[in-house]
Structure formats: structure tokens, C-alpha cells
Design a binder for this molecule. Sequence first.
Ligand code: HEM
Length: 312
Amino acid sequence: MPEDDRKDATRDAVAREIDTAVDEQVSGLPPEQAEALREKIRLRVRDEIERDLRARTVSERREAARLAREARKREIHTEEGETFLRFNRNFRFQHMVMFSSVILLIITGMPLKFPNFILSRFVINFWGGIQNSTIVHRIGAGMLIYFMVHHFLYTILTRDGRRDFVLLLPKLGDAKDIAHNIRHFLGKVPDKPRFGRFSYIEKFDYWAVYWGCIIMIGSGLFLWFETDVLRFLPKYSLDVAHEMHSDEAMLATLAIVIWHFYNVHFNPDRFPGTLLWWHGRMSEHEMKEEHPLELEEIVARRAKQAVEGGNR
Ligand code: HEM
């Protein structure tokens, strides 16, 4: 029997039982008084039954949602199975150097841009004064320059580096994915776009860092070696470098806090974050959700290798 019919039948049965009980109660009274009392009791009891049914529906709904969540968790767990190496050790090392240096550079750079803020004074005092703070900024700069050189060599000299660089180049398909994802967020299409090894979000992250490093290292070196620069170039080139450094620092900080943190930490599918940057591995479930096309390629490649191995 459907759920609603079952509830109606229960309600009717209860109402009949109540009527019988009420009839017994009012049996000795004059007819008018008996009818008034019967109506009053009926109303009160109906209210109570409806309240009870409503409470039951809400708790049933909650219970169903809880069971669905648990089933989903079990499904994820059993699906997890194999894990896939997404980032090799070399790449993870580069990423760690990069984010440590950027954090250090933001912490030591922003107080120079906003020296009157209380937090800025606190940070500058923490390093033991402005002089030390700028030295730490230069240490962070050294780390970032090292990262850039390392990454450049990695891209040229290693097979994984060359492959990832090519896969990170923007393509027409990315524009289609963006349009598809917007339609998905608006509820117009049920499925989200199916990404390969890098989605347009990761490509944006990568090229924003690339661009940011070139601007920050270029302009930072101008500021660092200003007396040498002034021997060859006019003063306004230094002013331009200062403006670029200061504004790009702000842009980079906001991009990290808003774009990057949302995508890797605060996005509901990811919250509170992932340890991928540490172990470099992704579960089968995550691959299916986030990089289904890459997973299909891996599976197809393995099948091909198995056939070739079998034929030998
Ligand atoms: C994400 C990377 C970086 C951020 C967020 C950053 C941030 C900043 C900020 C906000 C300032 C203060 C600008 C102002 O006064 O308006 C600054 C100053 C400076 N930055 Fe950076 N910076 C970064 C990378 C670098 C790099 C790579 C270098 C060197 C190659 C560098 C060298 C300098 C120098 C020399 C100064 C001037 C410090 C002084 O007054 O002695 N920065 N930085």
C-alpha cells in the first residue's frame, strides 16, 4: 500500500476509536451539551494526531537522509579500492617549496605594504624589526626562485614534467567545460563536466602561479638590486617595478585565499581539505568523481598492456 494511503487508513482507524470512546464519555449528557463537548474533544484530538504525524514525517525524513548518507559512505569506502599516484615525489617537493615560500613572502611582504596595521606591527616585531623582516622576505624570495628553476628543469628534463606541461595548456574544450559547469551549477544539466588529468580549474591555478612568479621575481629583483638597476635604467622603471610588485602581491594573495582555498579546502566535496599534496595519491572514487577521463585512459592502457603481455 502506498505511504499516503497507509497514513490515511491509520488516521481513520484512530478517529473511529476516538469517536467510540467519546460517545461513552458523553452518554449521560443532554444532546446539545454532548455534541458541543464531542466537537471540542474531536478538534483537540485531531490537532494532537496531526502534530504527532508531522513529527513522525520529519523524523522519518531525517532518518532516511541519515541512512542514505551512511549508505553513500559505505559505497565510497567499498569503491575506494585502488589508489592512483597523481603527483610524483619530485612534483610534491616542488609544490611544498612553492607554498612554503609563498606563505613566507605574504607574511613578510604584506606588513611592508600596510605598515600601520596592528597585525603588521605584530609580524614585524615577531621577526625582530623591519630589517630582519625584509631579510626573511629575501629568504622566501630565494626559495621561490629555486622553485621556479627546479620546475623549469623538471618540465624540460622529465617525461612526467613534459607530459603535464602539455596537458596543462588551455584548449577549446576548457571553454566548453566552463560553459557546461555553469549550466550544471544553475541546475540546467544534471551531470557535471567530465575532466581529464587537469580541469580548467587546475589549469587556471597553474598558469596564475606561473604568471605570478614571473611578475613577482622580475619586479622583486628590481627592488632587491635597485642601485644596480639605477645604473642602467631610469628611476621610473623602479617605480613601475614597485607598483607591479605591490599590486600583483595583493592579487596573488586574494587569488590564493579566494580561488585556491575554495577549490581545494572549502568546496563541500573537499572540505576540510585533502592530503594529496603530501602523499600524492587519489582514491578510485576521487578519480571517478574528479578525473573520470584520465581514469578511463589508465584502465584502457592497462587492458592494452595486459593483451600485449598475453600475446608475447
Ligand atoms: C608571492 C610572492 C611575493 C609576495 C606576495 C611579495 C609581497 C611583497 C610586498 C607586499 C611588498 C611590499 C610592497 C610595497 O611596499 O608596497 C614586497 C616588497 C619586496 N619584495 Fe616581495 N613579494 C613576493 C615575492 C618576492 C620575490 C620573489 C622577491 C625577490 C626576487 C621579492 C623582493 C622584494 C623586495 C626586495 C621588496 C622590498 C623590501 C624592502 O623594502 O626591503 N619579493 N613584497
